[in-house]
Design a binder for this molecule. Structure first.
Ligand code: PEP
Length: 251
């Protein structure tokens, strides 16, 4: 079964001391103590995963990891395998983030392998795709999304095992976002592609990511085919992140 809407995930990236992480997790756990209608998740740096699980305690806030290797084990110094992350408490793993694609030269095939590894380990693969600014300016957004979706999402994907995040590279951490019409067009296109390829394509959760914050969450999270948000910078502060989650409720 797909995750309950809205799905709001916080990608901490390479941020957060243990003290920061503890304060954030405990604050979110307190807000979620009476239950969650949707899905709220935090994705701390891997070294904090076991402690984050303890800080979240028995709250319904989902714990996830950022990135994994495509192999389940082996001679890959410095890398982390999906089964290790799951053992450390991760229920979902972000793969194909544009920062991985850009700074670690990850191809669609690499991302697909990582998604397969995450799913095989029992985690949900949160697969990120998105056009660069040059592609956006050239009007090539949909072609890029079509190629990345086809190349990065494995054939075995289902709505229960994969979440797709549309993150325009030029909107990440910049304060800039596409227009509502552009987000609607991109998500509608991705939905069509998923429905054409997967029996349960209509149920896949499609997240928008790129400069989502408390002040723009309400309008973005209620656009057609937007099931939630992948949030970077604004996920590092509990009240603002919770406001984003609440903005997605009801529809
Ligand atoms: C991200 O890194 O996935 C992201 C969307 O970042 P930000 O919200 O800071 O733009």
């Amino acid at each position: 079964m797909a995750l309950a809407r809205p799905v709001v995930f916080g990608n901490w990236k390479m941020n957060g001391s243990a003290a920061d992480g503890e304060a954030l997790c405990r604050a979110l756990a307190a807000k979620a103590a009476s239950g969650l209608e949707g899905t709220l998740g935090v994705f701390p740096p891997a070294v904090l995963l076991p402690r984050a699980g303890a800080w979240l305690d028995a709250s319904p806030v989902l714990l996830g990891a950022q990135d994994c290797h495509g192999e389940a084990k082996g001679a890959f110094t410095g890398d982390l395998a999906a089964p290790m992350l799951v053992e450390a408490g991760a229920k979902a793993i972000i793969v194909g983030h544009s920062e991985r694609r850009q700074y670690h030269d990850e191809s669609d095939a690499t991302v697909r392998g990582k998604a397969e590894a995450a799913i095989a380990a029992g985690a949900i693969a949160v697969i990120c795709i998105g056009e660069t600014e040059a592609e956006y300016v050239a009007g090539e957004t949909l072609q890029r999304l079509e190629a990345q979706l086809a190349g990065s999402v494995p054939d075995l994907a289902t709505a229960a095992t994969v979440v797709v995040a549309y993150e325009p590279v030029w909107a990440i951490g910049t304060g800039r976002t596409p227009t509502n019409a552009e987000i609607t067009a991109a998500h509608g296109f991705l939905r069509e592609q998923l429905v054409a390829r997967f029996a349960d394509g209509a149920d896949f959760r499609l997240l928008y990511g790129g400069s989502v914050k408390a002040s723009n969450a309400q309008e973005i999270l209620h656009l057609a085919n937007v099931d939630g948000a992948l949030v970077g910078g604004a996920s590092l502060e509990a009240d603002g992140f919770w406001t984003i989650y609440e903005a997605g409720l009801g529809g």
